[in-house]
Write a protein that binds this ligand. Structure first.
Ligand SMILES: [Zn+2]
Length: 84
């Protein structure tokens, strides 16, 4: 069994089912990581800084998040993921 086959665990995230995936699978398959903007308050001092792929604002993300996946700010999230 590979890490990608270990997919039985699902979390409830604000009423939405979220499947737990390995870091490797996330790096290969995730399209975006939704991030807070860097000018918003955060309780953490070790956030990493990235850039929103849509609007270019600086964004923050936790150190354990996949580094290679595109970062998307919370403001661009709705229109990018569900354009209308
Ligand atoms: Zn943005």
């Amino acid at each position: 069994m590979t890490d990608d086959q270990r997919d039985d665990e699902t979390l409830n995230f604000f009423g939405l089912p979220v499947r737990v995936a390995s870091m490797d699978e996330c790096e290969r398959t995730a399209k975006y990581i939704v991030c807070g903007r860097a000018d918003e308050p955060s309780p953490f001092t070790d956030n990493k800084i990235g850039q929103c792929v849509v609007c270019g604002v600086p964004v923050i993300y936790r150190p354990y998040m996949p580094e290679k996946v595109a970062k998307l700010c919370i403001e661009c999230f709705p229109s990018t993921v569900n354009p209308s």
